[in-house]
Each structure stands twice: as C-alpha cells, then as structure tokens.
Design a protein around this ligand. Structure first.
Ligand code: GLY
Length: 252
C-alpha cells in the first residue's frame, strides 16, 4: 500500500512553466481546483499527504514526480534534463531524507522521474529529451544493488516515458497503441490507447484504484471493462502545462 505522497501547490507563476501546448493560456484558478481535487482523491484513498509550499522561480515545481525516484529501499534525487527545473529537487530531498537514505544523479547524467516506471522489481527508464543514457545508467546501477532490473525505453514522442505508458495493475500496462509491439513490454498484458486520446495513457494506479483523466471516453470504456475501480479527475489545465496525473506526486 502507498502510505505517503509528496505534493506541492502550484505557484502563481505556473503559467510561465515549460510547455509544448498551444491554445488557450493556463487558467490558474482552474489549475488550483484540479490540483486540489487530485490531493483530495489521494487522501480519500488513504494516502497521507506531505505538502510543500510553491517554489518561487520554479513554475514547474508542482510536477514533483520529476525530482526523485523512490523505492522502499532508497530515494534517488534526480537531475532534470531541463535547466529551468534544476533546483526544484532540493526541498524535495530535504523531505525525503526523513524517510529514506538518499543518493543522487550526477553530471553529466540527467533524469526526470517522469521517465521512470517501476513495475515490481522491473524498472523501465525512458531515454527522452529529459533523461540521457548517463542518467539512466546511474539510476540502473543504484537500483541493481537492491535487485531491480532496469530496461531502457526510447521515448520518441511525448515528454516522458509515462506520457505514453503507465502500470495499471499487476503486470498490466496502459500504453499508446503504436507502442504495442515494443519488445520491452512483450511479457505484459496491455490495453492500447488510441493516439487521439494519447493523454489518457497517464493514469495513476494507487491502493487498488485507478485514477484516470476525465474526457477520454474510448479509454475509459476499455478500463471500465477491466472491472477496476476508476476515479476520474479533470486535468485540462495540468495537461496545458505538459503534465499528467503521475507528475503531481511522489508516492511511497
Ligand atoms: N511543464 C512540465 C515540464 O516541462 O517538465
């Protein structure tokens, strides 16, 4: 069971964060509502929230997941591939040091937590615009000490690995349809997401419930058919800043 989640309230500078999305500008008030709904959902699922204050000067800092990778044995403090985001990890490291021994990714390695998907003892590490081979190798070396096996996955679309694939239960993955034949995932049960609903790939399986983004009817129908308990949350503003449901917390 997941007991804790680190979350950080979005700061009033959130609209200046990194994004590849065009269209309507961010509505900060709605972002706050969506973030609050997310925190409430985690609390309802029995998770104790560890809340960090907004980090002035770091408009993306509420996407806390990118700053660390936490297993039951260790916390690995990340080094973002986005220069603008380096420094966000410091306040997260201070909090995590109360719960875990820490280690960190060193230069020239870069790693964003959004590129790391842990499925039991198997860890998938996305090689992306944010995570380079050195960062992936450093993380794999640390986790090998604790008997995790790491597999690299090339991320050729989307910001992070978990923009295109998330774990939705025991050996079950939800992933973007063009990735269906990827050999890295051949041993897993898969549910495929139509590229028109690509954002729906980013879900959060937590304490026997699956949190999914609102507004993706095809994917919702596929997931409903699995019999899982679904919790739907609005994510429009989070998406506007290239974020998703996993990005908003560090769970452990
Ligand atoms: N806006 C989230 C990110 O680019 O990391």
């Amino acid at each position: 069971m997941i007991q804790h989640a680190i979350v950080r309230d979005p700061g009033p500078d959130a609209a200046t964060g990194l994004t590849t999305q065009s269209g309507a500008p961010l509505c900060f008030e709605q972002l706050q509502h969506q973030h609050t709904a997310y925190c409430d959902a985690l609390a309802t699922l029995g998770v104790e929230l560890i809340r960090l204050d907004p980090a002035p000067g770091f408009p993306d800092a509420y996407f806390v997941e990118d700053t660390a990778v936490v297993t039951p044995e260790i916390a690995v403090i990340a080094r973002s591939g986005a220069l603008e985001r380096r420094g966000e990890e410091q306040s997260v490291a201070r909090v995590l040091s109360r719960y875990r021994n820490l280690t960190e990714i060193h230069a020239p390695g870069t790693l964003d937590g959004g590129d790391v998907m842990i499925v039991g003892r198997q860890v998938f590490i996305g090689l992306s615009r944010r995570t380079n081979p050195q960062g992936a190798a450093q993380l794999a070396r640390v986790l090998a000490h604790y008997d995790y096996q790491c597999t690299r996955v090339t991320v050729d679309d989307g910001l992070h690995l978990k923009s295109s694939v998330t774990c939705i239960g025991d050996r079950q993955l939800l992933l973007i349809a063009p990735w269906a034949a990827r050999p890295e995932f051949e041993d897993y049960d898969k549910i495929l997401v139509d590229p028109l609903e690509a954002h729906a790939c980013n879900t959060l399986w937590i304490n026997h419930h699956l949190i999914i983004p609102q507004g993706y009817p095809q994917t919702r129908a596929l997931l409903k058919a699995t019999g899982k308990s679904l919790v739907e949350l609005p994510t429009r503003q989070i998406r506007q800043m290239d974020g998703g449901l996993t990005c908003l917390s560090i769970r452990f």
